[in-house]
Design a protein around this ligand. Structure first.
Ligand code: GLU
Length: 478
């Protein structure tokens, strides 16, 4: 496949793959080529290097921040800590962030960051040093700020790194009232938001539930509607994979397989998520788990076992033209960004199967990041103003109904009706509504145009149209 001219000098072609999906969808829109080109391109690519002290000497760290689109401000996206990070990857992930935010109506442009290190090889003090220095480099070039560009966790980073970023930014911007909105995914105690950690996985599970609840689509696949008893294989036991599995099980599915880089395990009757997780934590490997019927030292074999739904929730480029022929699942739900290559996706769709595309499927993370950012800008936790008011109003209503009807509720029933919403309940409600609404928006676009072959193409059409409207509203295009 031809490489994008923007990344012709780079070794990998992930950004090219994203552009290929984009170009395929663009034919179903009616925007001028110049505008499409503006939407497709990465606006700013900042590549930098900085030294850190290590042992008796120094080490030079490679890092990036890419802002893909400024049709909305701020731009938003995680920072990846991995020794595999490269410029092409960060560009591709930044582009996906723009499309992702547009699909779920989160008013941000897309961005992504990368630090080329394997965090396992560094002490906590070194990681803190690297993260703080990375943040300073972003500040120097105006690549971070609550109204400019707002990082978040991604592969290899989490709440700890986000709190270092927030602290560094705040220190360098004394008196800036909204400083804490410069990064999301912070710990709850440091102005984070309830439910952010689980958000991406919860969103993945909701997206799958919405998909399998459409009876018409399931009948075409030869599956019964609903999640009950559906067999799922999950790749990746990190934050996204773990929580996707957790909520899928809660919604009635059976997780029959887990794949990690060291191998895969399978049991057609189901695997206990926490037992698997604890086994891996204590032994360092998914292999050797006593509840598995079979195990594979070649992890990719795990993806090819019998199941209804495959959830790649690790990294990009996992399902390619080389293994798509062996995948037995009828639905692929992309918890990770870019796990399916364009060729593999085309082959899977050709078979009549469904891919729930990354840019929608894993958008739960940035959706709750948006709620966290709003919380930081408003300086008040969700529910703080109205929880007690709501409870009093509900209590008055229940008392009045009890009095007039003579029916008395027990304390469990009373509490259920009276209780005001907590921050977590509000966040989860906002997340669920976003995921449900967006799924049907995308599906509708697909149903309304028989030439649109997949949910991914429909999702791209939706985001291209929305981003185009933003540019037009900015007066850049007539
Ligand atoms: N890194 C996550 C993603 O790829 C979250 C981004 C965010 O919350 O800004 O969607």
């Amino acid at each position: 496949m031809a490489k994008s001219t923007e990344t012709a000098h780079l070794e990998t072609n992930f950004f090219g793959d994203v552009c290929e999906f984009f170009d395929h969808a663009a034919q179903f829109t009616s925007h001028p080529e110049g505008l499409l080109d503006q939407i497709r391109s990465c606006n700013s690519v900042y590549r930098f290097r900085f030294p850190i002290r290590r042992g008796n000497g120094f080490e030079v760290i490679d890092a990036w921040r890419v802002e893909h689109s400024h049709h909305k401000s701020p731009t938003k996206g995680g920072i990846r800590y991995s020794d595999m990070v490269n410029e092409d990857e960060v560009m591709a992930l930044a582009a996906l962030m723009s499309y992702k935010c547009a699909i779920v109506n989160v008013p941000f442009g897309g961005a992504k960051g990368g630090i080329k290190i394997n965090p396992k090889n560094y002490t906590v003090a070194e990681l803190e040093n690297i993260t703080r220095r990375y943040t300073v480099e972003l500040i120097k070039k105006n690549f971070i700020g609550p109204g400019i560009d707002v990082p978040a966790p991604d592969y290899g980073s989490g709440e700890r790194e986000m709190s270092w970023i927030a602290d560094t930014y705040q220190t360098m911007n004394p008196g800036q009232l909204d400083a804490l909105g410069c990064v999301t995914g912070k710990p709850l105690a440091l102005h984070g938001i309830a439910g952010r950690r689980e958000a991406t996985g919860r969103g993945v599970a909701i997206s799958i539930r919405e998909c399998v609840d459409v009876a018409e689509d399931m009948i075409k696949l030869g599956l019964t509607p609903g999640l009950d008893g559906k067999k799922v294989i999950v790749q990746g036991l990190g934050n996204v994979g773990y929580h996707s599995a957790k909520y899928l099980i809660e919604f009635g599915a059976t997780v029959v397989g887990f794949c990690e880089y060291e191998g895969a395990i399978y049991n057609e009757n189901g695997l206990d998520l926490d037992d698997v997780f604890n086994h891996r934590k204590s032994t360092g490997s998914i292999l050797g788990f006593s509840g598995a019927q079979v195990e594979f030292t070649n992890s990719s074999e795990g993806l090819e076992q019998l199941c209804d739904i495959l959830v790649p929730a690790a990294l990009e480029n996992q399902i390619t033209e080389h293994n798509i022929g062996n995948i037995k699942a009828k639905i692929i739900a992309e918890g990770a960004n870019g796990p399916t290559t364009p060729a593999a996706a085309a082959a899977f769709i050709e078979r009549g199967c469904i891919i729930i595309p990354d840019m929608y499927c894993n958008a739960g993370g940035v959706t709750v990041s948006y709620f966290e950012w709003l919380k930081n800008l408003s300086h008040v936790a969700f529910g703080r103003m109205d929880k007690r008011y709501e409870e009093t109003a509900n209590r008055n209503l229940v008392n009045m109904v009890e009095k007039t009807t003579g029916v008395t509720l027990d304390s469990v029933q009373r509490n259920l009706i009276i209780k005001g919403a907590t921050e977590l309940e509000l966040v989860n409600s906002g997340l669920e509504d976003t995921m449900i609404r967006s799924y049907h928006e995308i599906r509708e676009i697909k149903m309304n145009n028989p030439k649109i072959d997949s949910l991914r193409t429909a999702a791209f059409v939706s985001s291209i149209d929305k981003i185009a409207v933003s540019y037009m509203n900015m007066g850049i295009w007539p």
